[in-house]
Ligand binder design. Sequence first.
Ligand SMILES: [Zn+2]
Length: 161
Amino acid sequence: MNSQTRVISFHYTLTNKAGEVLDSSRDSKEPFSYMEGVGQIIPGLEKPMALLNVGDVRKIEVAAADAYGIHDAQLIVEVPRAKLPNSTELAVDDQFQASGPQGEMLMFRVLEIMGDNVKLDGNHPLAGEDLIFDVEVMKIRDATKEELAHGHAHGGDGHHH
Ligand SMILES: [Zn+2]
């Protein structure tokens, strides 16, 4: 990583194709900040964002494949309830980490509880969705030494973690 690595702060409203608002930075006082080149935001957003300047307002459409991936039916699995953490208090929409088919760590969500079995979904909740980001670039600056060492951006008022 070179000294040109930038931190970009922007406000966004995220909607899906149906026009439903899924997320917005405008609910919080501060814009969202990310460091370039480290995968802090999805690739389909980072690429067009890199071309923008402070004050630019854009509508950026990101196809599912460049956002949270296409929906993978193989990541919907049925497992015995007893194999899950917290199995006695399990509820629909609970989430927990487990290894996927390739051994990678995935976040699984409980879709359905069927007696002794539980149906889980390892897809990202936004998998398969084409997304639309309405963005406004608020600030662009060089990453600090500390941010470069940590591999992520820190918020406007300093450390967030
Ligand atoms: Zn940090």
